[in-house]
Design a protein around this ligand. Sequence first.
Ligand code: AMP
Length: 356
Amino acid sequence: MTRIIPPGGIIGIIGSGQLGRMTALAAATAGYRTHIFSPHPESPAAQVSNHITVAEYTDKQALQRFAEAVDVVTFEFENIPDSSVHFLEKFTLVRPGWKVLHIAQNRLREKGFCKEIGGPVTQFAPVRDEASLREGFRNIGRKKLVLKTAEMGYDGKGQAIVESEAAALEAWEKFGRAECILEEFVPFVKEISVIVARGMDGKTEIFPIGENTHVHGVLDTSIVPASIAPATERKAKEVALKMAEELHIVGLLAVEFFVLADGGVMFNEIAPRPHNSGHWTMDGCVTSQFEQFVRAVCGLPLGSVARKANIRMKNLLGSDVEHWREILNDPNAKLHLYGKREARAGRKMGHVNYVE
Ligand code: AMP
């Protein structure tokens, strides 16, 4: 559908975390209002939005009222039931649509999709029972594998490195025998991510690539520009663009890759929304990923993704946030805090963009 939502319109956002917060702030800058839908009455996004619906993601009545109160619906996270998204689409414009959410919600579908479009993907196998786990282990034929829950896993949660069938079985039991993916452990030298924006008219912009470092499965730092070979950059951008186009995304698609020792890339996962590894754009790019997201979702032309500076983005997890004063002593440190009251260990409390 080619509908433009002009400034003054209301953007409905499903989810209420920091991504919703930063989207709402960018929306306000562009003259839009936002309406958050989330089960949590207090949230980073609600603090900076105009309206909030507090309800479960399966509450059809609340979803309908929400859809009727906004001009377009988008998502700041993808783990909401498919049926709720279908339901929303009956009443309003949903960007990006149902299909990409369906794929991004499940690691088997994600890797299956990558394979289908001829993208570079590790060997993987579905685990649905003991027999498929054993079969997968045998078929992949490597010693070191990773077992991950197919759904609801993020930031390294629900995954285990397993070096024997017995260890894989034990991990699978620990995951409550949930549907899993068993995949090759990739001996990567770097991790990178590519964020593609695609507008209502099919035009695309690809943000400069960031190099990501994870600690305990959680993003710690993104450095831009990534120090990768031009061929690596070309390949990663080509695959990410193909994915965004095949999925007819209207919005953003973040694609994570592993970089191999020979410069090749291996797909890891997608997210159809702003991404933690794109936070550097807030202070390092002509158009931030959040502004770009708002532009795409509202059917406006996309902005320039030219990089203005070298940036090191550092996540502030848990008690890191207590160092805010020290951080601000560096005049080139741009501090972004998410307004979360409780600094639980590992919780994303904010980030700093060091403009270098
Ligand atoms: P994910 O939730 O899939 O993004 O995984 C979180 C992090 O775990 C990744 O960013 C990697 O650092 C690591 N990881 C995930 N899958 C693999 C793999 N197949 N091989 C090696 N490391 C992995």
